[in-house]
Design a protein around this ligand. Structure first.
Ligand SMILES: [Zn+2]
Length: 231
């Protein structure tokens, strides 16, 4: 019997946006579906830099490239010579090959996790700097990881990321006008979970939260019940 239970993950916010262009993601899913088992590809990452602060605000995986590789149901081994060929080809087109900072691979029908082999591969590809890694499977599970090797090796094994959908002209405006005409919102609507004990107490008193839901929220926020007094 298929196990439908999935492990609850808690991806960590890296403090910058991590995005995947929709077309790049689509290529990865296509290769994932075509492969009997594992498959790897390399991605170009654009750094989005704030003009004033000069700080990186987002990493956007713009495109993926397939290189020659040997794969089995539980291994994927990219041909070093063909990776070198890809680097030369990018440089000849005026693309800075140092932007090749994403390694994506599929575990085929297996679960997504970071294996010892994956760690070795990440260390090799990062080349002393930083690397985004994405592991997916045919069930559309996906985990993004961010490694840095300078000044020391640190990584986030499960970072928050999103697919970046192409902008459709006028879509935001038409959604906004439809929303305004059809959705009636109460004066206070929590837009995310970044709200404090007072609003939770308020929600409980209005009957919008059951005691179980309240306890879940408290656990999620890491708050003590004492902080909600009087109860
Ligand atoms: Zn792997």
């Amino acid at each position: 019997m298929q196990n439908l239970q999935r492990i609850q993950r808690q991806p960590v916010d890296s403090g910058i946006k991590i995005q995947m262009e929709a077309t790049a993601m689509q290529k990865l899913w296509l290769w994932t579906d075509m492969a009997k088992g594992e498959v790897s590809c390399l991605g170009l990452v654009d750094e989005v830099v704030n003009a004033d602060s000069k700080r990186i605000t987002a990493l956007v995986v713009a495109d993926f490239f397939l290189v020659k590789q040997n794969c089995s149901y539980d291994e994927t081994d990219m041909d070093i010579a063909d990776v070198a060929r890809l680097i030369t080809e990018l440089e000849s087109k005026g693309v800075d090959s140092r932007k090749l900072r994403c390694w994506a691979h599929s575990h085929g029908g297996m679960q997504v996790f970071w294996s010892g082999q994956d760690e070795t591969c990440i260390a090799g590809l990062a080349n002393g700097e930083w690397l985004l890694s994405l592991v997916v499977n045919k069930r559309r599970d996906a985990i993004m990881r961010l490694d840095q090797y300078h000044p020391s090796h640190m990584y986030l094994a499960d970072v928050v990321w999103e697919t970046k959908f192409p902008l459709v002209d006028g879509l935001a405006e038409s959604c906004m006008s439809e929303f305004k005409s059809k959705v009636q919102e109460a004066a206070f609507v929590p837009r995310n979970r970044d709200y404090g004990p007072a609003s939770l107490r308020d929600a409980k008193e209005r009957g919008a939260l059951t005691m179980d839901e309240l306890n879940d929220e408290l656990d999620w926020l890491g708050l003590d019940r004492d902080e909600l007094e009087p109860f």
